[in-house]
Design a binder for this molecule. Structure first.
Ligand code: ZN
Length: 244
């Protein structure tokens, strides 16, 4: 079973359907356009959300995945509103990671408005490590992702990003993917990690953040990420991003 399962370049693992689109939908679409195999793993079905049913949210998530062009979207079926970095959840997620075999995993920053986001950050980090242990009591063949990347969009408490992905060419696809989640966003000024910007409509607020993060690398739109590791450059002469 493991041998026939997809091997992904990137897997976005977030707490609720719509988190991946909000926090890194542009970076995922940009990867797809570069020929990367990209997947999304939603940890919960969002069943305790005040808006929409799990069935409706699943349909919205499928429509959004199609717009982004991701190869696979799965749901881990963990409890919404009660996510924990627990031994049971780690084993369950490790089994899914062994099946999907992603090179890079992107997930929530360690702080967040929703407790599930904070728990997901710790849970995903733990499960990525544990999935590589031969003697872990989990499904599948041991496999450890190369790298874990944390999405820091909209966060006020995160340090400056260690990398920003240029999403200028895919902004409209990100916004179209977000528009699939009508049950979550219609009439809302804030959503996920996005805080309201006065009376600015939510989608305008998201575009404003994309512009600010884009300016960090001197492009129109960007999505910010943090890694514990330093990002390598091939040489000093190859460096981009103007100082002045
Ligand atoms: Zn969420």
């Amino acid at each position: 079973m493991t041998a026939s399962s997809p091997e992904l370049d990137v897997l976005a693992v977030f707490a609720h359907p719509d988190d991946a689109e909000l926090l890194c939908g542009g970076a995922l679409a940009a990867g797809v356009d570069r020929g990367e195999q990209v997947g999304i793993l939603d940890l919960t079905r969002g069943e305790t959300g005040s808006r929409g049913t799990p069935e409706l949210r699943a349909r919205e998530a499928a429509a959004a995945a199609e717009i982004l062009g991701v190869a696979v979207r799965r749901n881990a079926g963990l409890p919404d509103g009660a996510l924990e970095d627990s031994p049971g959840a780690r084993r369950h997620l490790a089994g899914l990671l062994r099946d999907l075999r992603p090179r890079v995993v992107v997930t929530h920053w360690r702080e967040g408005r929703h407790p599930d986001h904070r728990a997901a950050s710790a849970l995903v980090t733990s499960a990525c490590f544990l999935a590589g242990l031969r003697n872990l009591d989990a499904e599948g063949t041991p496999f450890r992702p190369l790298k874990v990347v944390y999405a820091t969009a909209f966060r006020e408490d995160a340090p400056p990003p260690t990398l920003v992905v240029d999403v200028t060419a895919v902004v409209e696809r990100k916004m179209a993917a977000l528009a699939c989640y009508a049950s979550q966003f219609e009439g809302n000024a804030a959503a996920g990690e996005v805080l309201p910007g006065g009376d600015r409509p939510l989608f305008d607020q998201i575009r404003a953040h994309l512009a600010v993060d884009g300016s960090r690398i001197r492009v129109r739109a960007g999505e910010p990420f943090l890694t514990a590791e330093t990002t390598a450059a091939p040489s000093l002469g190859a460096l981009g991003v103007a100082t002045f």
